[in-house]
Design a protein around this ligand. Structure first.
Ligand code: ADP
Ligand code: MG
Length: 237
């Protein structure tokens, strides 16, 4: 049973669907990345998973529990958390307070989990008492990820966690993503940089014009003519 499974999910903002028939699954301990041109519906898919948008049809499940019509605030409790692209930390709270807020929905011991998380995000450990608003953009993104991890989710969905970061910090974030998957989590990442997506993921899905156009193991995807696929000129499977 995959940690995350979506079956033929169709959703949009008004009557017309933006994403159509999206089926995708993600296993614990793996990194699954969604790439595709701007406007392909990657963020719309992410928002549909976490209850910000209601699917018109299809099914979404986490650890085999149907969350398709669940209110958004209940979804983290069922093991799915989402880190949006922007405004993802409480800037006036300290790093420690942000993590405490993140652990609020958790049934387990927040202090122990915080230690575990800070053991991975060592930069944040050093800045524990700093207000989040004073961290660099990259560190704020890491804090947002760390906060989402506080509830020990089965699935974490990250929307462009490296957007706007320097190449060096982009590597830092991707290295952390690898470590997070090793915490027995399914990591699903939306990424705009194709090379990095292929390098750091186990599985890659290419969304084009609202459809899950092509998907496969990163190694298989790397051998395809991605330029044509992005332009919607080629179907690989
Ligand atoms: N809040 C919104 N209301 C209406 N349409 C939207 C909204 N957000 C995005 N869209 C439209 O949905 C389509 C897909 O956008 P999005 O999911 O953000 O793409 P991506 O993340 O792949 O760049 C675009 O055509 C965009 O204009
Ligand atoms: Mg987007």
């Amino acid at each position: 049973m995959p940690a995350l499974s979506t079956e033929s999910v169709t959703a949009g903002y008004g009557r017309a669907p933006i994403i159509n028939d999206i089926s995708l699954s993600a296993e614990l301990g793996t990194v699954t990345t969604i790439i595709g041109p701007n406007g392909a519906g990657k963020s719309t898919f992410a928002k549909t998973l976490v209850g910000i948008l209601r699917p018109m049809s299809g099914r979404i499940s986490v650890n085999d529990v149907d969350i398709t019509r669940m209110p958004g605030h209940q979804i983290p409790r069922h093991g799915l958390v989402y880190v949006p692209q922007n405004d993802n930390v409480f800037k006036r709270l300290t790093v420690r307070e942000n993590l405490e807020v993140g652990g609020f929905a958790s049934r387990s011991n927040t202090d122990a989990r915080m230690e575990e998380i800070l053991g991975i995000f060592t930069d944040l450990d050093k800045a524990k008492e700093k207000r989040a608003g004073f961290l660099s953009g990259g560190q704020q993104n890491l804090l947002a990820i760390a906060r989402a991890l506080m509830i020990d989710p089965a699935v974490i969905m990250l929307d462009e966690p490296t957007a706007g970061l320097s190449p060096a910090y982009t590597d830092v974030v991707w290295n952390q993503i690898a470590r997070i998957s090793q915490l027995n989590t399914a990591v699903v990442v939306v990424e705009q940089n194709v090379e990095r997506a292929l390098k750091h993921s186990d599985f890659v899905h290419i969304f084009v014009a609202g459809r899950n156009h092509v998907h496969g193991a990163a190694k298989e995807i790397a051998s395809l003519d991605l330029a044509s696929i992005f332009l919607g000129r080629s179907h690989a499977n």
